[in-house]
Design a protein around this ligand. Structure first.
Ligand code: AMP
Ligand code: MG
Length: 347
């Protein structure tokens, strides 16, 4: 028996599905837009009340994360406040959470030799990445930035110009530039959701997806493995295969050139930028998926490894004990040895 109830809640679409798949925990599904992406919660819970309570709390928490910490557009956020005084010499006080997020981003900047860089805000705005994703750029009106504009924006980038004092919990941005945490937001959100889930003992299993990032948590009622599909970049309505995962607390994060892009005169301008050139990365990579035990690490790595390509990307992933899989532009798949035990191709 299957019952589907649809409820409109505060402009969000909450879809609740009940399936009597096991006596202990039933499955409830919710879909929502938050942080500029589609969030999907698949929860195995002992009661509909606890599933609803979790979904509402998680949605509020994501909104708060965006409003108070991560958004570069909202005046209420820490990132906005940091950006507003960049280059003035003025220090901005940071919350404990922001210190932790930024410390990890700076470590990744160093480890990736600059391929991952949260100071690309001038460039991401010039390329109108968020505006395109939000549908704010009318079809046919997109203008590719000039080489001069790109060089100018690039001169306002570089994590070497960030001066963070983690003891005093302040940051001084030494140059006139803009931070953009677009490459870590979803990972940070999934880390927070994972912590929140542990406060809901009635929710015994969950698959949470935020755009290209997925968290699997707990166990299924029938104790079977979790299967996470990997999108086929050549046909995004299909998958190339699945990752079969046992146990709890896995983060599967993908960065791909199909996620946010515009096409002008047959050229695809996508959202992952090469900090060395200021242009969308042009190598033989179409998508990168990483498997980690922490969301932020996975999110940073998928972006960094996209920029670095197979050889250097594999090395970086192994430094973080992550497994990695690349889909290349000739359709071939390259993966770390450890990934082979999880990946099952559709072919
Ligand atoms: P993701 O989808 O996680 O790979 O993140 C891509 C987003 O991060 C883009 O939309 C930009 O906002 C930002 N970004 C683009 N290129 C980089 C880069 N090389 N390093 C860090 N952030 C980037
Ligand atoms: Mg990322």
């Amino acid at each position: 028996m299957k019952r589907i109830i649809s409820v409109f809640c505060l402009a969000f679409l909450f879809i609740t599905t009940y399936t009597s798949c096991a006596p202990a925990a039933a499955r409830y599904q919710y879909a929502d837009t938050a942080m500029g992406t589609i969030m999907q919660f698949n929860l195995y819970a002992g009661s509909e009340d606890s599933a609803n309570a979790f979904a509402e709390t998680a949605t509020d928490m994501l909104t708060q994360l965006e409003e108070e910490l991560l958004s570069w557009r909202l005046e209420t956020s820490e990132i906005y406040r940091i950006n507003a005084v960049a280059g003035s010499g003025q220090a901005t006080a940071l919350s404990e959470k922001m210190v932790s997020i930024l410390t990890e981003c700076l470590d990744m900047w160093e480890a990736s030799e600059g391929a991952f860089d949260i100071t690309l805000g001038e460039l991401t705005r010039l390329w109108q990445i968020d505006a395109v994703a939000a549908g704010e750029v009318e079809k046919g009106t997109y203008r590719v930035p000039s080489a001069e504009e790109i060089a100018n924006a690039l001169s306002h980038c570089g994590s070497d110009k960030l001066n963070m004092d983690s003891t005093g919990a302040t940051i001084v941005v030494l140059a006139d530039m803009q931070l953009d945490l677009g490459a870590v937001g979803k990972g940070v959100a999934l880390d927070e959701i994972s912590i929140l889930l542990s406060n809901y003992p009635d929710i015994t299993g969950a698959v949470i997806s935020a755009g290209g990032s997925v968290l699997v948590y707990g166990t299924k009622p029938d104790s079977s493995s979790w299967n996470v599909g990997i999108v086929n970049p050549f046909d995004t309505s299909a998958t190339i295969g699945t990752l079969t995962l046992e146990g709890s607390g896995w983060f599967v994060t993908t960065s791909g050139d199909y996620e946010r892009y515009v096409e002008v005169d047959g050229v695809r301008y996508h959202h992952i930028l090469d900090p060395a050139t200021g242009y969308p990365v042009q190598n033989n990579v179409r998508a990168v998926t990483v498997l980690t035990k922490k969301g932020q690490t996975g999110d940073m790595l998928s972006t960094a490894c996209y920029v670095l390509g197979v050889e250097e990307g594999m090395k970086l992933a192994s430094k973080y004990n992550a497994e990695i899989l690349f889909v290349l532009s000739d359709g071939s798949v390259k993966m770390s040895q450890g990934m082979e035990q999880y990946f099952h191709s559709n072919e």
